[in-house]
Ligand binder design. Structure first.
Ligand code: CP
Length: 311
């Protein structure tokens, strides 16, 4: 594996999940593997879990970590080749990526979708710009289209908590006041393709994800019907894909409540808006796995960093 940019970079999900669970039991086992190596984390958007869990993972492997927030610290970067740079951007990714590659052995990048221009978002300008010009391995910390570290952590959590070899897993859309990207949902769907599970997606009409991502996966527009008999309910908001980046409805009837959850376990990537996306009673119940999901972010990142260091 040269880079970890999407779920497609996972060689074997069951083997990776098993190895991550072994690392979780003994996080310091490879504490010298990354000695003398530096991880650079470049954030073009905010973060709590990704930033701290990836730092923690690198520290467990003995790496040094440098973090840069481009929002308020770095020069504004240009990503188009051949541009006359007489506007806001002060530096081109051609120089930035090669310069950072001299300081770091692995570079992690977080750059969300703009949700304004689908074509540009799908081109993954920031991630692909660094991929083109960086000379060291790259780690996707959530890009326009995917969040593969989150999905790997979710796979670990599912494995830890499943009580049947073939559980029913539901991905349910939930309301949110702001337009959110599709990355978490996309990667969760892609990861679920690699699972032995009965997997269903539910959302209001108009919230269909990219059909290339959901091809062949059942979509049920009635949330209650989709949730019947679920073992795990993964809740996430996303904006419309067809009416790109728009909030079409904030229908509170789609919020997840304890009554709808039934006996299932609740999952969400966090951050989550209480009593908008999901009721307090769900988050405060022992059925909620959100804190454990966030814990597993460390071991997902540690596994991926270990593999990048070992190549
Ligand atoms: N789930 C997740 O990626 O959290 P942060 O945005 O806080 O990193």
């Amino acid at each position: 594996m040269q880079n970890y940019l999407s779920i497609q970079d996972i060689v074997s999900l069951p083997a990776w999940v098993a190895e991550a669970r072994t690392l979780k039991k003994e996080p310091q086992r490879y504490h010298t593997l990354g000695k003398g190596k530096t991880l650079g984390l470049l954030f073009f958007n905010n973060s709590l879990r990704t930033r701290l869990s990836t730092q923690k993972a690198a520290m467990n492997l003995g790496m040094e970590v440098m973090v840069m927030n481009f929002g308020n610290e770095g020069w504004t970067l240009e990503f188009e080749d051949g541009t006359v740079m007489d506007q806001g951007a002060a530096e081109h990714v051609q120089e930035a990526a090669r310069v950072v590659s001299q300081y770091c052995d692995i570079i992690g990048i977080r750059a969300f979708a703009s949700l304004k221009d689908r074509e540009k978002d799908e081109a993954e300008q920031v991630l692909q710009g660094f991929r083109k010009y960086a000379t060291v391995p790259l780690l996707n910390l959530e890009s326009s289209l995917s969040h593969p570290l989150q999905a790997l952590a979710d796979a670990i959590t599912l494995e830890e908590h499943k009580t049947t070899p073939h559980p029913k897993v539901v991905l349910s859309w939930a309301p949110h006041p702001r337009a959110l990207p599709h990355a978490v949902a996309n990667s969760f769907v892609e990861m679920m393709r690699l699972q032995q599970a009965d997997f269903v997606i539910t959302h209001p009409k108009g919230y269909e994800l990219d059909p290339r991502v959901t091809r062949g996966i059942p979509i049920e527009y009635e949330q209650e019907k989709a949730l019947a008999g679920a073992d795990f309910v993964y809740v996430k908001n996303w904006s419309s894909y067809t009416d790109y980046g728009k909030v079409l409805t904030q229908d509170p009837a789609w919020m997840l409540t304890a009554g709808k959850l039934g006996h299932a376990r609740f999952m969400h990537c966090l951050p989550v808006r209480r009593n908008v996306v999901v009721a307090d009673t769900v988050l405060n119940s022992p059925q909620s796995l959100v804190i454990e999901q966030a814990n597993n972010r460390t071991y997902a990142a540690q596994l991926v960093l270990k593999k990048l260091l070992e190549q």
